[in-house]
Design a protein around this ligand. Structure first.
Ligand code: CUA
Length: 241
């Protein structure tokens, strides 16, 4: 008889614990980190907009960066985060949130997070993963004017040379002319001349920024871009028109 009572008490206790966890999860909108066994590890990072303020983020951790490195979403968004690794074990912590996941080879880990506050959230690796571990970081930019999701394919080469630091890709104002609609457009230069932004113009503007300065903008510092990357950047700009 005593045993039966103990059993009942234990069951009630277990249910209470489960209930408390479920309520906490619901109240704070935070998912308990989960290892998903039914999802295959993926090779490419991406952001999928599932609906208004609903995002699915596929992160791939690799030596030594997160893919996608930068993500823009509006405040109040809920993000389902799926994490894979392309090489060794990494960590993924989103500073200022409860998200703290491990990226384990062969597995996909999951957490849900709601971004209520605006600002830049730093994404860091918190598992030692080699020489550049301390430099492994990404960013989630939470702002109302957040441009729509930057498509993964459009990022690497523009990121590599820091282009998007000064040139927006969605038409929003930026220190340099926006890339959106740039290709093929007519540019009025500081000297009053009007030119067409064709491939030759774009290539020249990247390698010799002060050759043709667009009216209303300062010439950017010249950057050293090898021909293959120069070609890739110009191609990217063509796509962004
Ligand atoms: Cu990746 Cu440390």
């Amino acid at each position: 008889m005593l045993e039966k009572r103990i059993l009942i008490a234990a069951t009630i206790f277990a249910l209470a614990v489960a209930g408390t966890i479920a309520m906490t999860v619901r109240m704070f909108g935070i998912g308990v980190p989960t290892c998903l066994t039914d999802v295959r590890p993926f090779k490419d990072g991406k952001v999928i907009e599932q609906g208004p303020k609903r995002y699915e983020i596929h992160y791939v951790a690799r030596m030594w960066r997160f893919d996608p490195p930068d993500i823009d979403i509006p405040p109040g968004s809920t993000a389902d985060i799926y994490l894979s690794t392309a090489d060794v074990t990494h960590g993924l912590q989103i500073v200022g949130t409860n998200v703290n996941l491990m990226a384990v080879p062969g597995a996909v880990n999951f957490a849900r997070v709601k971004f209520d506050k605006q600002g830049d959230y730093l994404v860091v690796c918190n598992e030692y993963c080699g020489a550049q571990h301390h430099n492994m970081a990404g960013r989630i930019h939470v702002a109302p004017t957040a441009p729509q999701v930057v498509k993964q394919e459009e990022q690497p080469v523009l990121e590599k040379y820091g282009c998007t630091a000064c040139h927006s890709i969605d038409g929003s104002p930026s220190p340099g002319p926006t890339f959106k609609g740039l290709y093929g457009s007519k540019r009025t230069l500081a000297n009053g001349m009007i030119v067409t932004a064709d491939e030759a113009y774009l290539a020249e503007s990247i390698t010799k920024p002060d050759a043709k300065v667009v009216k209303g903008f300062d010439a950017m510092p010249s950057i050293d871009v090898p021909p293959a990357d120069l070609h890739a950047i110009v191609e990217m700009l063509e796509k962004l028109k």
